[in-house]
Design a protein around this ligand. Structure first.
Ligand code: SAH
Length: 265
């Protein structure tokens, strides 16, 4: 009876940002294959003594799946440790299909994605009442083309929060798309490099007009999240529309309002 392969989200960088469930799985692991290009070896610090730990940085997808299948023959719990959440730009299904074909069971433990960590690092919010209630997680085309209808210009037309992965070297293309979608030159933008990595995080605030220059000045060319959002900077706005959830005139499932007209759930 082969063991099980766990695809565990390591979180964005800080080893404390793994989930309790992810840590529990690591503590039981007989073998761990971590994505060393984006996951620090420190993330494997919860591994038990004697656990086999390997970096997959130089392995092909075929080598990775062959390793996982082989180790599952010897250990009850094998971990594939991935950056952020395994289901976001994580080649998850490319890895699970060969496991299923080989009769190896697998599960996914979600992780804190770098978009959330970047906004948290900057003290920013992804949504804000009556400003935007929508977040788009996307990228611009690199070697991986974008499917029809998903080019950034079309997505940016929603004027909601855009968290743009894998695109820091294509910041000029992000600027072009936002301009084409009608975002003004003074639209606030945020770039966070190595969000949550102890001692290595860089936060750059700018506008559509100057964000590229500021990132060049800070020499940010990899592992960075680009955020364009009408919510950016809200902590310093003179006034704000209140969230209905905490409004004393609204009733919801857990609290009855004094003078209730509308019910929220
Ligand atoms: N599964 C990961 C994303 C992997 S794709 C997640 O959920 O976060 C790799 C991209 O994620 C990078 O190009 C960068 O845009 C972003 N990224 C990963 N870690 C990051 C971090 N600590 N800070 C900022 N961006 C990060």
């Amino acid at each position: 009876m082969p063991g099980k392969v766990w695809f565990v989200g390591a979180g964005p960088g800080d080893p404390d940002l793994i989930t309790v469930k992810g840590r529990n799985v690591l503590e039981r692991a007989g073998a761990i294959l971590y994505a060393g290009s984006l996951v620090d070896r420190a993330a494997t610090r919860y591994a038990p003594f004697g656990c086999e730990i390997r970096d997959s940085k130089e392995m092909t997808l075929e080598e990775i799946t062959a390793w996982l299948i082989d180790r599952a023959e010897h250990h009850a719990h094998v971990v594939r440790l991935q950056t952020g959440d395994p289901g976001l730009y994580g080649a998850l299904i490319e890895m699970t299909r060969p496991l299923t074909a080989a009769g190896v069971a697998w599960s996914v433990v979600p992780g804190v994605s770098s978009a959330m960590a970047s906004m948290a690092a900057a003290g920013e919010t992804l949504t804000l009442p009556e400003v935007t209630q929508t977040v788009i997680l996307t990228r611009v085309a690199g070697r991986t083309p974008m499917p029809p209808g998903e080019d950034l210009e079309a997505l940016a037309a929603h004027h909601c929060t855009l968290c743009i992965y894998l695109s820091i070297t294509l910041l000029h293309e992000v600027q072009r798309a936002l301009r084409a979608a009608g975002w003004p030159e003074d639209a606030p933008m945020l770039v966070v490099q190595k969000a949550s990595w102890p001692g290595q995080e860089k936060i750059v605030r700018g506008t559509l007009a100057d964000i590229k220059r500021k990132c060049q000045e800070e020499k940010i060319g990899s592992q960075a999240m680009i955020v364009a959002s009408p919510t950016l900077g809200a902590a310093d706005w003179p006034s704000l529309v209140r969230s209905k959830l905490y409004d004393p005139t609204f009733t919801h499932r857990f609290r009855k309002a004094e003078h209730s007209e509308v019910t929220y759930d």
